[in-house]
Design a protein around this ligand. Structure first.
Ligand code: NAD
Length: 516
């Protein structure tokens, strides 16, 4: 029989540290500071729903290149003439997808499952098999509106990661004052290992399964790492095809091409929001972006557009790192030329590596480049305590979600390096996603300048409130009102951003009450 003593002695299990618990540290700190209502806290501590499901597809036949050593065994294998070169789809890892009747003909020379192409290489013919992928959608909170958040296609995703990213969306939508909650999801897949049609089929099947969990007024996906407007178009089609009111369903996803209901300015919006925050950071100090230097990690949607806008404002990009390499030019990298280089179809990896206007460097050296700012715009957890110790910048503006670990945060503070936290810095994307959603609902189309103006005002207004909370400087100006948010003491900017989010979410629960 269990005695009272046994109960008293049982040590409290220490919670396992995960990406989610790490991401929630700042939530708990801010919740303690503002004395967040206990029930609201419980509502926000864990997601509303965590969906895990599976997507299957039949892959196409593909040709896998042999290493030169292995190819020697086939030295006398004659060349197979390619009848339909358009049917060969070369992937970033050198494999070739066989689309349609690419190799059909009388002169296909296959020996022990191998053939030689006119490029001289020997390839193993691997018949397409069926494959299963793990998929996720986490719906974190909807107190303020429908769940909202991106779809990520990446090899390293997990429920734990999506929980953290979905919670981030709950904070971000509250900070941006858009009437949404937070969600996130995607597929565990390296999209660069699959052909266009394969990805299309995987996406359609993904949406086929996701359909029962989402809706234009329930949960609204958008692009994130590894997805884009083309993927959103497929998701829209699968969701709305055959529906009687299909045109009323355009708001099921945002980040669409403008020709099918996307918003002007959405593609660049996240990078633009980062740039607006940086502009306001310097304006507050009586300085300008012009002449400032920056180092960038990630040259995808957020990184490339953010860099282009900062370059247009007169800043100079010194170095970039992406998944495949790092480059540096002390005189400044031509951002527009780099964008053209990365999007050239011949650049199969879509990487900055090999860009002729810069020299190659090692990733570890990137962190030690002297510059005014660092903009992480790739994956989470990249700025560790060790990296933070080595940085030679004065400002970190977080384009990526969760790029800085909690330990690194403390190092940045100790070293006096300023921070524009992710949940405000990269909120431009979800803000313009909201504009897209309104335009879809109203069947309207706003001009790019209208979107830009609204976005600039929204970003700067909310960033100023966060700065005021951080400095404990309650005030009302023409642009913003921070009086209801300051907490009678100064806090670091990340905590200030979380305080703004929590106060806005708490207001919903307090005024509307809890549905039973
Ligand atoms: P993307 O897929 O367009 O680009 C990702 C970039 O990161 C690529 O350049 C890739 O090479 C690089 N990268 C990937 N792995 C890397 C690694 N291990 N080391 C260095 N670089 C690596 O993605 P994106 O949409 O630009 O998103 C980038 C970040 O911004 C993510 O954290 C995402 O969650 C966040 N974000 C995106 C949006 C949006 O609207 N797209 C909005 C808010 C936040």
């Amino acid at each position: 029989m269990a005695s009272e003593e046994n109960f008293m002695r049982a040590p409290a299990p220490s919670p396992k540290r995960t990406i989610y618990t790490e991401a929630m540290e700042i939530f708990h700190r801010a919740a303690d500071l503002i004395g967040l209502d206990k029930r609201v806290r419980l509502e926000l501590e864990e997601p509303d729903y965590e969906h895990i499901f599976y997507v299957t597809t039949k892959l196409k036949d593909r040709l896998v290149p042999l290493a030169p050593e292995e190819a020697k065994a086939f030295s006398d294998l004659s060349v197979t003439q390619v009848r339909n070169p358009d049917g060969l789809e070369r992937l970033a890892d050198g494999k070739i997808i066989l689309n349609g009747r690419a190799l059909l003909g009388s002169d296909v020379n296959i020996r022990r499952g191998h053939l030689r192409l006119p490029d001289g290489g020997v390839y193993q013919l691997v018949p397409g098999e069926s494959q299963r992928f793990k998929a996720y959608r986490v719906q974190h909170n909807q107190a303020r509106g429908p769940y909202k958040g991106g779809i990520r296609y990446h090899r390293e995703v997990s429920l734990d990661l999506f929980k953290a990213l979905a919670a981030e969306m709950t904070w971000k939508t509250a900070i941006s004052e858009v009437p949404f909650g937070g969600g996130k999801g995607g597929i565990q897949i390296d999209p660069r290992q699959y052909g266009r049609e394969e990805l299309e089929n995987i996406t359609l099947r993904f949406m086929y399964k996701l359909k029962s969990m989402i809706g234009p007024n329930i949960d609204i996906p958008a692009p994130d790492v590894g997805t884009n407007g083309e993927i959103m178009a497929l998701m829209l089609r699968e969701y709305s095809d055959g529906e009687r009111e299909r045109h009323n369903l355009r708001g099921i996803v945002t980040g669409k091409d403008v020709r099918i209901g996307g918003s002007e300015g959405r593609v660049k919006a996240t990078g633009q929001g980062v740039a607006y925050c940086i502009e306001d950071y310097y304006a507050d100090r009586g300085e300008s972006v012009k002449g400032k230097t920056f180092v960038l990690q990630g040259f995808g949607n957020v990184g490339s557009h953010g860099a282009a806008i900062l370059a247009n404002m007169g800043a100079r990009l010194l170095a970039v790192n992406d998944a495949d390499g790092s480059i540096y030019n002390g005189d400044g990298i031509d951002v527009h030329a780099l964008m053209a280089y990365v999007s050239d179809p011949k650049n199969l990896k879509r990487s900055v590596a090999g860009f002729p206007g810069a020299q190659k460097i090692e990733k570890k050296d990137l962190w030690e480049i002297q510059a005014d700012m660092l903009i992480p715009a790739a994956l989470g957890g990249e700025i560790t305590a060790d990296v933070a110790e080595r940085l030679k910048v004065k400002l970190v503006a977080e384009g990526a979600n969760g790029p800085t670990t909690p330990e690194a945060d403390r190092v940045l503070q100790k070293r006096g390096i300023d921070l524009i936290p992710d949940i405000i810095a990269n909120a431009g994307g979800v803000t313009v996603s909201y504009y897209e959603w309104i335009q879809n609902k109203r069947m309207e189309r706003w001009s790019e300048s209208e979107v830009d103006q609204r976005l600039e005002k929204a970003m700067k207004r909310n960033y100023r409130i966060i700065r005021d909370i951080s400095r404990n400087q309650p005030r009302k100006t023409d642009m913003h009102d921070s009086r209801g948010y300051c907490i009678s003491k100064t806090v670091d900017p990340r905590c200030a951003a979380m305080i703004l989010a929590l106060k806005r979410i708490e207001a919903h629960y307090m005024l509307e009450g809890f549905s039973q």
